[in-house]
Design a protein around this ligand. Structure first.
Ligand code: NAD
Length: 477
């Protein structure tokens, strides 16, 4: 470990506004979920900081836009270099504030960097739509102006980079607000990126939900790109109404996975387990309800328990840990409540893994069977290390049960027969349906939810273009 937890916790990052590091008179404490104790305090930005940030972003916007895409993409590649050079420190901060194992924190950042590198080489097309004796028509994409980016606590830096990359490449300036539960690595990112970004291009403000609401209402911000809960997404959609902001909303999911009866249980069990339970179950498009053929249920349940037994839960800083704590106490209590409630309704909690003794927001890996679709553990997005396993006997019935949700982020089908799996996959209502995997996201493929899982997409040229407006030039000849 080239940097120690004490070293990173010793230098609290500030806000970044107009290229400067800014401190505030009030601060927020950030808890390390592996210990349950405060490890650092960070600035708490108020309305006055938002005003300064918006003014700086607006001032910086014209020259950033006029630089042109090639120059901006060069700078984005320098952003990648700066982050790479500081990945140990940033990963350590993610582990301290989020709880995930250090290698997975580094993996999260690495995945974000792969996205930035791709955005830095994606061309934004200019279309000459008509060029004849009567008319010349050119259709271009132009930046929306100032983007407000608001992120959640499950992947603090990955979510931030997924927004920073496309916003910068397309010529926007940004105000980024991380979750108040995991603000530290994002604030430090803001400081580091001032080495390569012109002042005012990226501001980072830490603060609570009120700051997010103020960003949503602010007339100087042209678009909100948001990753978080369905509840906050709906509030943002109504808050953005008076200023008619552009919106991209990546919200929650309650993804169903359907195992078909031809499956090779032994070959699939490990992938199925991690589809549901990576990142301590806090993955928006993780598998959250598993439907299995009734006659294969015991075999699948046992195979999942065998994988679960190998998973080491502990402090993400410790060697060999596969899963950290739940990120915050409220979420831990919520997840416990879902399991207790399911048990009270007659569910069989047939596997509970081990957790470390002592403090920290640890929850055992928990496998639950004998539940029906009506219990909150199945009906709602539980976002914890718990997997309810449900049985079916009829494929039409299970498709209807999988689709019986207001959410539609992802879904999956598991089978040895690709054609058959695709047939079922095409009947599922979600933004993405995977076959024999879940969730796999890459920056070249659009990702977004249908129904109440969101609006618009991130990733790929389609996600990048959400940071632009159409601009049509129409010349009469
Ligand atoms: P959250 O909605 O409580 O908070 C997310 C962010 O929104 C935070 O920065 C918060 O301060 C801010 N916020 C809260 N209320 C707001 C409001 N009314 N106006 C403006 N900003 C507001 O979510 P969370 O608990 O941090 O994250 C968990 C949720 O995020 C889960 O539902 C999960 O599925 C979802 N999520 C979705 C994706 C995706 O890509 N679809 C990815 C990760 C997480």
């Amino acid at each position: 470990m080239s940097i120690t937890p004490a070293e990173v916790a010793d230098k609290a990052p500030g806000l970044t506004i107009d290229g400067e590091v800014v401190t505030t008179s009030t601060v927020n404490s950030v808890i390390n979920p592996a210990t349950g104790e405060v490890f650092i305090s960070v600035p708490d930005a108020g309305v006055e900081h938002l005003e300064t940030a918006v003014a700086a972003a607006r001032r910086a916007a014209p020259s950033w836009r006029e630089l042109g895409i090639a120059a901006r993409q060069e700078i984005v590649l320098r952003v990648v270099e700066v982050i790479r050079a500081n990945i140990d420190e940033l990963a350590m901060l993610v582990t301290l504030e989020q709880g995930k194992p250090l290698a997975k924190a580094a993996g999260e950042i690495d995945s974000g960097l792969r996205g930035l590198t791709r955005y830095a080489s994606t061309d934004i097309p200019v279309e000459i739509y008509r060029d004849n004796n009567d008319e010349f028509i050119e259709i271009r994409r132009e930046p929306v102006g100032v983007v407000g980016a608001i992120t959640a606590w499950n992947y603090p830096l990955l979510l931030a980079l997924w927004k920073i990359g496309p916003a910068l490449v397309t010529g926007n300036t940004i105000i980024l607000k991380p979750s108040p539960l995991t603000p530290v690595a994002t604030l430090r990112l803001g400081e580091l990126l001032q080495q390569v970004l012109p002042a005012g291009v990226l501001q980072v403000l830490s603060g609570g939900d009120d700051l997010g609401r103020a960003m949503t209402a602010h007339p100087g911000i042209n678009k909100i790109t948001f990753t978080g809960s369905e509840r906050a997404g709906k509030s943002i959609m109504s808050g953005a109404g008076p200023t008619l902001k552009r919106l991209t909303l990546e919200l929650g999911g309650n993804d169903a996975g359907i195992v078909l009866d031809d499956v090779d249980v032994a070959a699939m069990a490990n992938d199925l387990y991690w589809a549901a339970l990576s990142n301590c179950g806090a993955v928006c498009a993780g598998l959250k309800r598993l439907y299995v053929p009734a006659h294969l249920a015991s075999e699948i349940e046992e195979a999942l328990a065998e994988v679960a037994k190998t998973v080491k839960v502990g402090n993400g800083l410790d060697e060999g840990v596969d899963m950290g704590p739940i990120q915050n106490l409220a979420q831990l209590q919520k997840v416990r409540g879902y399991v207790d409630d399911a048990a009270a309704c007659g569910a069989d909690v047939y596997f509970r893994g081990e957790i470390p003794d002592g403090p920290g927001y640890f929850h055992p890996v928990t496998l639950v069977r004998g539940v029906d679709d009506t219990v909150p553990l199945v009906k709602e997005e539980q976002f914890g290390p718990v997997l309810p396993i449900l049985t079916y006997t009829d494929i039409d019935d299970v498709v209807a049960r999988a689709n019986d949700s207001d959410l539609g982020l992802g879904s999956s089908v598991w089978s040895t027969d690709e054609g058959r799996a695709v047939g079922v996959a095409n009947r599922l209502e979600s933004g993405t349906t995977w076959v024999n995997q879940h969730p796999v996201l890459t920056s070249d493929v659009p990702f977004g939810g249908i129904k109440q899982s969101g609006l618009g997409v991130e990733q790929s040229i389609h996600g990048i273009l959400e940071y632009t407006n159409f601009r049509v030039l129409r010349v009469k000849r």
